[in-house]
Design a protein around this ligand. Structure first.
Ligand code: SF4
Ligand code: SF4
Length: 68
């Protein structure tokens, strides 16, 4: 299952707060975080000016390439 997270590249512009309809983004100190209320709608991903909203995958990492 994928979940979204905000990396340390966040500059705190609050653009993502504006687009999140589920109020799943909150400010903690000088960093922004995505909470468990996130429905993974993806609306916040393209609007981040520094592309610091990324998808993380839980569980085994998908294989990259394949041994041949
Ligand atoms: S993916 Fe959607 S619900 Fe989740 S934090 Fe971004 S805008 Fe909010
Ligand atoms: S849009 Fe990106 S840089 Fe701006 S507050 Fe959200 S995560 Fe941080």
């Amino acid at each position: 299952m994928a979940s979204l997270m905000i990396t340390s590249e966040c500059i705190g512009c609050a653009e993502c707060l504006e687009v999140c309809e589920d109020e799943a983004i909150e400010e903690r100190g000088d960093r922004f975080h995505i909470t468990s209320a996130c429905t993974e709608c993806g609306a916040c991903e393209p609007i981040c000016p520094v592309q610091c909203i990324v998808r993380s995958y839980e569980g085994p990492a998908p294989a990259v390439g394949s041994a041949s």
